[in-house]
Ligand binder design. Structure first.
Ligand code: FAD
Length: 324
C-alpha cells in the first residue's frame, strides 16, 4: 500500500466480535487519516472465518490464534497475546473493547507497556500533533471529558455502539497465524451457567421497552414484553430492578448498558441522571409516568402522564392496529 507508514499502526481487540467490528469502523478512518496500517486479533477455536470477516470490515492484518483452550476469555493468556503483538508491531494506538473483560485487560496492558489509557471513549480523533484525542462521558452523564495523549502507545477502551460498523467489502488482507503458549490459569472456573433472568440483548435492540420501580411485581414484566413483541423490541430496566428486586440481570444507565435504540419507551422510570446517561443516544424517547414532575419528561420526546398499567395495554393495542 503506497505511502503507508509501516511503523506503528492501529491495533483493535475485543472478545466481543460485534464490538471489534464496530471499532474497526472508526479505526479504519483513523488509519487512513494517519496513513498507517490496521491490525486486529481473533483468539479461540477456528478463528479463520472471523478473521476474514475482520478484513472485510476494515482490518489490513489479523493475527489468528487458533487454540480451543482459549475459546473462552482467559485474562492472563489474552493479555500475554496482546502484549506480544504490541511489542512486535509497536502500534501507536490500541483500541480495546470496553467489556467486563476488556476494561481490566486494557488497564493491565497499559501498565505493562508503560502507556496511558483513556477508558470508555465515545469520540476518537487525531489531534494537531498526530496524537489521539478521546472523549468520554463524565459527571454522571452531565459532561464530556476531552483528553489528549502526550505519549505513545495510546490505549483506549471503547464501549459497544459508540461507533458504526463499515459496510463490509471484499478487500485484500493478511491473516497471520500466531502460536502461543497458554499459561495455566491462575483461577479455576468451578461452574459456568447462563444468566437466568434475562435473554434480552438491549445493546443491539432497535426498540426497548423499559421499566423502573413503577412496576409493582415481577409478573407484570409481561406487560412490557407484550408491547416489545408487537414492535420486535427488547425489554430493559433501571438498576433497582436488578440490584434490589433481582427481576433482571442487567440494567440500562451510567453503570449499566449504554443503549442506542431508535425508540426507547420508559415506563415507571423516574429518569434520574444515572439512568438517562445510558439512553442519551436513543433517537426517540417516550416516557410513561404518573408523576408529571418526573425528570424523565425533561428528556422525553413524547410524554404520557398516566398509570403504566393503563397506558401500556392501550399502547400495545394501538401499535398492533397501526402495524396490521
Ligand atoms: C453510582 C450509581 C450508579 C447508578 N447507575 C445507575 C444506572 O446505570 N442505571 C439506573 O437505572 N440507575 C442507576 N443508579 C440508580 C439511580 O440513582 C436511581 O436510583 C434509579 O435509576 C431509579 O430507578 P427507577 O427510576 O426505576 O425508580 P424511581 O426513581 O423510584 O422511580 C420510579 C418512577 O415510577 C413512577 N411510577 C410509579 N408507579 C407508576 C405507575 N403505576 N405508572 C407510571 N409511573 C409510575 C414514579 O412516579 C417514579 O417516577 C445508580 C446510582 C448510583 C449511586
Amino acid at each position: 500500500m503506497n505511502g503507508m507508514n509501516e511503523q506503528g499502526g492501529i491495533f483493535v481487540f475485543s472478545e466481543s466480535n460485534d464490538l471489534a467490528l464496530e471499532m474497526l469502523g472508526r479505526a479504519r478512518e483513523l488509519a487512513d487519516k494517519l496513513h498507517t496500517k490496521l491490525a486486529a486479533a481473533q483468539i479461540g477455536k477456528n478463528p479463520q472465518e472471523k478473521a476474514k470477516e475482520m478484513i472485510r470490515y476494515g482490518a489490513d492484518k489479523v493475527y489468528a490464534v487458533d487454540n480451543p483452550q482459549l475459546e473462552i476469555f482467559q485474562d492472563e493468556s489474552y493479555l500475554n497475546i496482546i502484549q506480544d503483538i504490541a511489542t512486535r508491531d509497536h502500534p501507536e494506538i490500541l483500541m480495546i473493547g470496553s467489556t467486563r473483560n476488556g476494561k481490566p485487560l486494557a488497564g493491565r496492558l497499559a501498565t505493562r507497556l508503560n502507556a496511558g489509557c483513556i477508558p470508555d471513549c465515545i469520540v476518537l480523533e487525531v489531534g494537531g500533533g498526530g496524537n489521539l484525542i478521546g472523549e468520554r462521558i463524565t459527571y454522571g452523564g452531565n459532561a464530556l471529558a476531552r483528553m489528549a495523549f502526550k505519549s505513545k502507545p495510546q490505549i483506549v477502551t471503547v464501549p459497544a455502539r459508540a461507533f458504526e460498523k463499515r459496510p463490509p467489502e471484499e478487500r485484500e488482507g493478511e491473516i497471520a497465524q500466531l502460536e502461543v503458549k497458554v499459561e495455566p490459569p491462575r483461577v479455576e472456573v468451578v461452574e459456568r451457567k447462563p444468566l437466568e433472568t434475562s435473554s434480552e440483548r438491549v445493546e443491539e435492540a432497535e426498540v426497548i421497552v423499559s421499566c423502573g420501580r413503577g412496576l409493582e411485581k415481577k409478573d407484570d414484566v409481561a406487560l412490557l414484553r407484550e408491547v416489545a413483541d408487537v414492535v420486535g423490541g427488547q425489554v430493559g430496566c433501571s438498576r433497582p430492578l436488578v440490584e434490589d428486586r433481582k427481576w433482571f440481570s442487567e440494567w440500562i444507565g451510567l453503570s449499566g448498558h449504554k443503549v442506542k435504540p431508535k425508540l426507547y419507551i420508559a415506563s415507571g422510570v423516574s429518569g434520574v441522571i444515572q439512568h438517562v446517561a445510558g439512553i442519551r443516544d436513543a433517537k426517540i424517547i417516550v416516557a410513561i409516568n404518573k408523576d408529571p414532575e418526573a425528570p424523565i419528561f425533561e428528556i422525553a420526546d413524547y410524554g404520557v402522564v398516566g398509570d403504566l398499567y393503563e397506558v401500556l395495554p392501550a399502547l400495545k393495542e394501538a401499535l398492533r392496529k397501526q402495524l396490521q
